[in-house]
Design a protein around this ligand. Sequence first.
Ligand SMILES: O=C(CO)COP(=O)(O)O
Length: 121
Amino acid sequence: MEIAIIAHDGKKDEMVVFLSQNLELFKQDHIKLIATGTTGKKAEDLGLKVTRMLSGPLGGDAQIAARVAEGKTQMVFFFRDPLNAHPHEPDIMMLMRQCDVHNVPLASNPATAELLIKSIM
Ligand SMILES: O=C(CO)COP(=O)(O)O
């Protein structure tokens, strides 16, 4: 199962906590992690194996959106920062839209992520 992890800068600490709390699950062989560039580096620093795309503002969200559209990514953890503006807002919207178009589960905050993670435990 391919899972995407993405976090805006204001939410990266929360993503690190979330990943740390679920480290054993994310290390399982049947789970393939992909991430935007900087988020992926944070995950690697925790010892996780991650396929890193471009950084979000450089097209990473768009790359992950394409994988969702192609049916390659089955779940998305995207901790968005709603209090700051992002130059790549169209890409962010595209990723969220593709999740809705293809009925792919998307957690945009840690509370939802906790509920979603229980479904694959
Ligand atoms: O901008 C992002 C999501 O929109 C995240 O990108 P990074 O993980 O490269 O910081």
